[in-house]
Design a protein. Structure first.
Lengths: 344, 344
DNA sequence: TTGAAAGCGTTACCAG
DNA sequence: CTGGTAACGCTTTCAA
């Protein structure tokens, strides 16, 4: 048997009401009484039953993260872990908890509906948005607060998001390789229906176009970002008549496979071929300026998680408070769509 | 306003009791009534409010995973993601949810106490056990059901665990390298207070000893399993007067750094040096037998997550049901400690 | 086979 | 400043 409000109140010779008020910081309680109550609560290690509290207040103090089963590898992607780490720090500050639901493919509509109907969460974070992601209209219709990590092209409803500037960073990375003299640059990208993959490709193409370098479809691959595919795609590219002299990879995990394929081909890194990866903390000197290349570094993704969580909580706490699109620290971008959204 | 039991019952002209019984599969309800109720529930997309249900039943239908902040890199370790993936599959089958709590270092005692006092979860999974891990006696004292992913040497209380055979796999891997003719084998291990790291080292040492190969402390490193440290440690080992000709790595993530250091040293993989990594799906022919080397492959870790979750749920549902130590599929081991535990 | 009513442990309203 | 009491939405006994 564990302590509850009723017995704690009896123990103190007070009413449940007063004890509850003392513990929840209501002003109208006598300071001496409050002290007494707090001490007793500490002594008995009393914590309000979260389900009872939730029932009474109508708030779950819980945020849901729904993970499609298809993206089994997603959980392994460092971006996932870092984002979630940052978010959970923010939740902890506000005494919220974080709930994960893995969902079979194609089943996410019913999952969100259920989350809403069961009142299991006060809001959700959407990870890995697709192009024209159906979850966004769904959640708007369900009136379940949410924030998207990333953006979804093709959606014209309002929604809040936090993203890195994928287009700009891939454009920069490509320019960097061009500056080094490479003209055949391979792109190992994520799946094309993922929104970020399109933005990254756009950046890559824009850089090539600006220099008048022809694009070669054989150098542009897209698939799940796993070691196996990184390896596979690289092997094929290296067998081309005119293989790439540099490779741009979308994730640290696929880069493992890329490097293995390069090893196996007997090529020497840095001499025969160069590779750079989206998670790298890289910058380079250009016109006397230190220019960062990638924006999805481990720490900025962590930060993105924190910001997304804070946005969601503020949306939940004061629904009137609609976030504005703005730039954060030059690298992170947050926004409310259907406003004047920053490009990239 | 969303549908609840009361209005659903009114809509049907039935009592809440009957509706509840019909929906929860109680036998004493008229089949025609049940049909009618189920259809109405589906039509209104009714789901019982999980907090109200939890209050009434005394069960949270939620499992907690507590993640120490120190292991920030842990969330990035594929082992973490795969284990959690498997576990959440199992939870989904039983309609349980999964809650994550990140906790500042040294604060985990109060976190577990709070989880218990708030009745937020029905049980917890312990990840990354240390040698003589204090969480085990704590949770036993709190009477909060738990299952450990891994084991904790030095604990003599009973507890349930699921583990791979770390010792045997590192012993095998070392033997494999010895069979290839290597005599200077570097070990890049996890932090030594982590229980698994000790077991792995033991396996490595046992293999060397069996062949009479002297051990060299300079070849045995242990640290967090990150790219940075993998790189760092490898660089140092390669600068030795007698550098290793093979390296055994504890994780795919640190292996990234290992490979980079080897590249930078201008060595050619497979000719100058070989590396194998604990996550590799490797096997080799020995005496005409195909012998698997490592046991912590991605898929077996996934499976371990499923098994751990199932053990925990069965412990929660029928506390009398104490799991027995046993071998699963030759590679996974589950158990109840203070029984005759399998070695390794 | 069905229903009324008493919890489950809080919060919040309304009196005093 | 404090207390009584009615929600919150469900399950579960006890009666019918």
């Amino acid at each position: 048997m564990t302590m509850n409000l009723k017995t704690l109140a009896q123990e103190l010779g007070l009413s449940q009401t007063t004890v509850s008020r003392a513990l929840n910081g209501y002003p109208e309680v006598n300071e001496a009484t409050r002290q007494r109550v707090q001490q007793a609560a500490a002594r008995y290690n009393y914590r309000p039953n979260s389900r009872a509290k939730g029932l009474a207040t109508g708030r779950a103090m819980m945020i849901g993260h729904v993970i499609p089963a298809s993206t089994r590898h997603e959980m392994v992607n460092p971006v996932f872990g870092d984002f979630v780490g940052g978010a959970s720090d923010a939740y902890a500050r506000h005494n919220f908890d974080m709930m994960f639901t893995r969902v079979a493919d194609g089943n996410d509509e019913s999952t969100y509906r259920e989350l809403k109907a069961k009142r299991a969460v006060d809001g959700v974070i959407i990870q890995g948005p697709l192009v024209n992601d159906a979850r966004i209209p769904l959640l708007n219709a369900l009136d379940l607060p949410f924030v998207v990590h990333g953006r979804s092209s093709g959606i014209d409803e309002p929604y809040s998001w936090v993203d890195v500037n994928n287009k700009r960073s891939f454009q920069r990375a490509t320019e960097f390789l061009l500056d080094l003299g490479h003209t055949r640059i391979g792109l190992i990208n994520g799946l094309e229906h993922m929104d970020f993959a399109q933005r990254r490709r756009d950046g890559y193409l824009a850089a090539l176009k600006a220099r008048g370098i022809p694009t070669d479809p054989a150098l542009m691959r897209s698939n799940e970002m796993t070691e196996v595919f990184g390896h596979h795609q690289t092997r094929h590219m290296l067998q081309l008549d005119a293989p790439p002299t540099a490779i741009l990879t979308s994730s640290m995990i696929s880069a493992i496979g890329v490097r293995r394929a390069i090893e196996e081909a007997g090529l020497k890194m840095g001499r025969d071929i160069s590779i750079i990866t989206h998670d790298d903390e890289l910058s380079y000197l250009k016109n006397g300026q230190d220019v960062p290349i990638f924006t999805a570094t481990r720490s900025s993704v962590w930060k993105a998680g924190e910001i997304a969580a804070e946005m969601l909580l503020s949306q939940i706490n004061e629904p009137a408070n609609v976030p504005q699109t703005r730039l954060l620290e030059a690298e992170l971008v947050v926004g409310r769509s259907t406003g004047p959204a920053p490009q990239g």
